[in-house]
Structure formats: C-alpha cells, structure tokens
Design a protein around this ligand. Sequence first.
Ligand code: NDP
Length: 246
Amino acid sequence: MMSGIEGKVIAITGASSGIGEATALLLAERGAKVVLAARRSDRIEALAARITEAGGEAVPVVTDVKRRADLSRLVATARERYGKLDVLVSNAGISPISALDDLRVEDWEEMVDVNIKGVLYGIAAALPVFREQGFGHFVHTLSTAGLRIVPRMSVYAGTKNAVRAISEGLRQEAGESLRVTTISPGITETELADSITDPDAKSQIQDSMTKIAMPPGAIARAIAFAIEQPAGVDVGEIVVRPTAQS
Ligand code: NDP
C-alpha cells in the first residue's frame, strides 16, 4: 500500500547536516525520492550515495539559498529527474547569535539572507510549479527561539518569526490544493553552533546542546508526520522540544 510518503518527490534545503540530513534519510527510507540541497557538495553527494546504496532514490543539487537562481534550479532538477515536486522543505538556516550591542551587522545580514530570503526564494521557485501541478506542500523550519525571545537571539528569532508570518500568509493565499507546515524545533544536536562568531554565545549554545539536545531524528519524524497526512489535511504548526528545555 502506498504510504503518504512513498513515491513523493521531496526537495530539502540544508540537507548536508543536522535536521535536513536526518529528514532526507527518514523520508528516503519511507520511499520518497529526495532532492538534496546544500552548498557542501561532498556532503550531499555522500548522502545521495548512502541513500541509493540502501535502495532509495536521491539526487544532490549544490544550492546556495542566498541565490534565487539556485532555488529555481533545485525545483527544475526535481521535475526533470522525477517529473514533479510534491514537497519543498525549506530547512537551511544559520544562527550566528550575539547581543545587539556587539553590532555584528554582517551576521544580522547573513541571517536575513539565509533564513528569510532563502525561504522566499524557495517560495518563488516552487509556488508557480505547485499551482501548475494543482498540488504541493511547503515545510518551513522555524525555531522555539521565535516563541520565547531571550537575549542574544533577537535577530535570529526575528528571522524565524518573519518566516512564521510569511508561512501563515502563504497558507491563507494557498487555497485548498496546497499545504503549508511550520516546524519549530527546540535545542537539537546539530552543527548549528558552528556559524556563531561570538565566543560566549557559541559556548552557551554548545553547552545546551551537550546537556539537553534532542537528536535530529526527532524533528525528521515530525516533518514526516506532516507530509504523510492525506491531501486535504494540513498540519499547520508543530513544536518539538526536549523535555528538559524551559
Ligand atoms: P546544521 O548547521 O547542522 O544545518 C544547517 C544546514 O543549512 C546545513 O545543511 C547547511 O549546509 C545549510 N545552509 C546554511 N547556509 C546555507 C546556504 N546559504 N545555502 C544552502 N544551505 C545552507 O543545523 P540544523 O540542522 O540545526 O539547522 C536546520 C534548521 O533548523 C535551521 O533552519 C535552524 O535554524 C533550525 N533550528 C535548529 C535548532 C537546533 O537546536 N539545532 C533549533 C531550532 C531551529 P551547507 O553549509 O552545506 O550549505
């Protein structure tokens, strides 16, 4: 019997590590054809090979979400290779957090470019295709940082809450043939802290990751849950935290 995932063509940004990688592995295991997007070509090529060797289907597409043309190419590759695109998981993100007083303006700009504009470019690439097909599903990775604002996280939380607003508007405009899901992970053990340039903030996050983080598979399972629902059912918002997170 076809599951709600089997046979679906699912493009995932940020597939080279952490949540995106775990999501790609789980969805491929459940029969999806996954299109793997990230800048690190070695990582997504190795992941595609791993999935293929296990009997799954995957194609890597080197993608910088800061470039609109890359997102267009990602969606085009999915259609050329597999004939359609069922789901775009816009998951790529960075969190170079710091206090506003530090004026790490380049980090602010980078977060806006990757976390907000990267998602918008995904919408620009996939929405016309979803309209033409008459079906499609956007999944956007937000953060619990957007639900409870704490010092050093204001710009990061702001980018995630911008995407929350965009996603809700998209859902309202989408009509009954499209689905829009946001998922807000709590602290998850990934490489996310690598992008932090403020040493204090970096050790704060690394400390939390060591003490209470969930494995990224916890988020992958929640994304799979949203995708496997029947066409008329839209899982709007999911929050998944470690029980130890305040
Ligand atoms: P990772 O650092 O492990 O993964 C981030 C992914 O984003 C990588 O695959 C990276 O690939 C990709 N990425 C970063 N910049 C770009 C870019 N310009 N173009 C394309 N891809 C890019 O962290 P996570 O798995 O944790 O992060 C995934 C999402 O989860 C992010 O949106 C993050 O904000 C969110 N999140 C994470 C939490 C956590 O505690 N880990 C908590 C809440 C939300 P590459 O460098 O190869 O391009």
